[in-house]
Design a protein around this ligand. Structure first.
Ligand code: MSP
Length: 523
């Protein structure tokens, strides 16, 4: 089983292009793994508790329940619009999740992993956490990233994180494959050095925060939002759930010898996932072989700046999809960023990439392969005659392209996978220009050669359709219909070898799938 999750989005605002990128990336990977033959479970959802939600709901004069219901819908309807197809949906106000969090708190307490103590210190309201001396900047101040910082003294519950950090350091050093991309490993090990000896405050007194999961053994406290949210990866996977809870079978999703993949942004590797979560799992008895892999993606920025609601510097994925279509948005979001690195959102590049790689190159190839087959051979594809060097070169280009696509996609590098596919499509168009099927058609003596050329083009379109299906499921389904292929779910990557279309295969009537985007864009 390939168990894949994303971060769960805060429901104190609206989704922007950064949230959309992560969900589309996960959807592409889930669909690709299915194509690869894996059984996949893809979980995503929303993070509904915490101080920010409580504060925003208060400002709007409504209850936090009502507020999160409203904002949750903004996320789920966007995923539906963007064709993000998940198998499990996590909402942290779900009673089954709350029960799981409480059971874990009780167990950890019984094992002596939790203790209560009073602490006086500086508290960041924005980040909902106590600050340490190491959080001060060079001038000795708490920087703007912490927002309002207040001095408070209060009693809280702590998790003995420090019991697990030595193990974590060894674990990361000896299992480098769990942190993807590799360059993030050093950052994590660095942070671990700084973190040693510090325990994690996992409660918030009710006087300050009511909107959270109440402690099972101390009603004056609710659970710290990160401790609550991280548990979604196991609660919605059926961890310790009753068989009739309507949740997956945990043993199947997360067996003892398998690592799920958590897709997260670079901002939540340290300390939340890289330190807290791995230590929490360790304290709960998860083995080294069961520790998840963390696929850490970079950020979409705007003109080099962080996207922020406060500066109005955000791109609304809904508007973008209305303007350019879902397929253009999906394509751009995974094409113009290297997984792990940051990228700059640029509408001109969205249009340029769609128009060059899809409308021009792939569109042109489809047009040549399908339209000409329809017009010149009545829609019947035939293997034709003996192969020339050009034909075998085209077949090799396809084989290479499939291999490069698979290597890149296995490494979660969707952009590189698409690049590999594009290379073959460019090759096909150059082949068409050299073979000139429109000229061959003028002389009946060339009938066999014409059939061979058209077959090579159509066969390439069929392969491209299957390879594109994880990224552009809708366009791929349309192409599959025109090619008269079986439903795309019937294909596995291993089926992709020359001869996908049998001799005598009849195609349907073609129509353009990637109409050029004609848009005026502000500079
Ligand atoms: N609620 C927490 C995650 C809890 S996971 C147990 C959270 N939510 S968030 O809404 O702030 O962010 C959700 C995801 O979106 C994170 O992985 C974050 O990195 C990602 N992104 C937020 N802004 C982004 C960009 N500008 N670009 C790419 N991804 C971004 O953190």
């Amino acid at each position: 089983m390939f168990y894949l999750t994303t971060a769960i989005d805060y429901t104190n605002g609206s989704p922007h292009i950064g949230h959309a990128y992560e969900k589309v990336l996960a959807d592409v990977i889930a669909r690709y793994r299915r194509l690869r033959g894996d059984e996949v479970f893809f979980l995503t959802g929303v993070d509904q508790h915490g101080q920010k939600v409580q504060q925003t709901a208060e400002k709007e004069g409504i209850s936090p329940e009502e507020f999160v219901k409203r904002t949750t819908r903004k996320f789920s309807s966007l995923w539906e619009k963007l064709d993000v197809k998940y198998d499990g949906w996590a909402e942290t106000i779900d009673e089954r999740h709350k029960a799981c969090v409480r059971a874990i708190l009780s167990e950890l307490k019984e094992q002596g992993q939790l203790y209560k103590k009073a602490h006086a210190g500086f508290y960041s309201v924005r980040q909902e956490q106590f600050l340490q001396e190491r959080d001060r900047d060079e001038a000795g101040n708490f920087g703007p990233e912490w927002g309002e910082v207040v001095e408070i003294e209060e009693e809280n519950w702590y998790f003995k994180l420090s019991d697990h950090t030595d193990w974590l350091k060894d674990f990361i050093e000896s299992n480098p494959e769990v942190i993807i991309p590799a360059f993030r490993k050093a950052e994590l090990l660095n942070a671990l050095e700084k973190n040693s000896g510090i325990d994690l405050c996992i409660s918030r007194p009710k006087e300050r925060l009511q909107w959270g999961i109440e402690f099972p053994f101390d009603e004056n406290f609710v659970t710290y939002v990160w401790f609550d949210a991280l548990i979604n990866y196991i609660s919605f996977a059926g961890y310790q759930a009753a068989p009739d809870a309507g949740l997956p079978d945990f043993a199947k999703l997360w067996p003892a010898d398998s690592r799920p993949v958590h897709i997260i942004g670079k901002d939540i590797l340290i300390p939340a996932h890289g330190i807290y979560w791995l230590c929490m799992l360790h304290a709960m008895g998860f083995t080294d072989a069961q520790m998840p892999r963390l696929l850490v993606h970079g950020w979409w920025n705007i003109r080099g700046e962080k996207m922020a609601k406060s500066t109005g510097n955000v791109v609304d994925p809904n508007e973008l999809a209305d303007k350019f279509g879902v397929e253009a948005v999906r394509y751009y979001l995974v094409r113009d960023i290297v997984t792990g690195k940051d990228s700059d959102f640029d509408m001109n590049r969205l249009i340029m990439l769609f128009n060059t790689e899809l409308a021009n190159e792939l569109g042109n190839l489809c047009n040549r392969a399908l339209n000409m087959s329809q017009r010149f051979t009545g829609g019947v594809l035939q293997l034709g005659g003996p192969l020339t060097e050009d034909d075998t070169a085209l077949q090799s280009s396809l084989t290479e392209s499939i291999a490069a696509y698979q290597t890149a996609m296995d490494e979660f590098d969707v952009s590189k996978g698409l690049e590999a596919l594009s290379r073959h499509i460019v090759h096909c168009n150059q082949y068409a220009e050299r073979m000139k099927p429109w000229e061959l058609n003028k002389n009946p003596e060339n009938k066999e050669r014409l059939a061979t050329v058209l077959y090579h083009l159509a066969e390439s379109v069929a392969h491209a359709t299957v390879l594109l299906s994880p990224i552009l499921p809708d366009a791929a389904a349309k192409l599959a219909g025109q090619l008269n292929l079986p439903a795309l779910t019937a294909f596995k990557l291993t089926d992709l070898h020359w001869g996908l279309l049998p001799d005598g295969h009849v195609i349907e009537k073609p129509s353009p799938v990637f109409p050029r985007i004609v848009a005026e864009v502000e500079a």
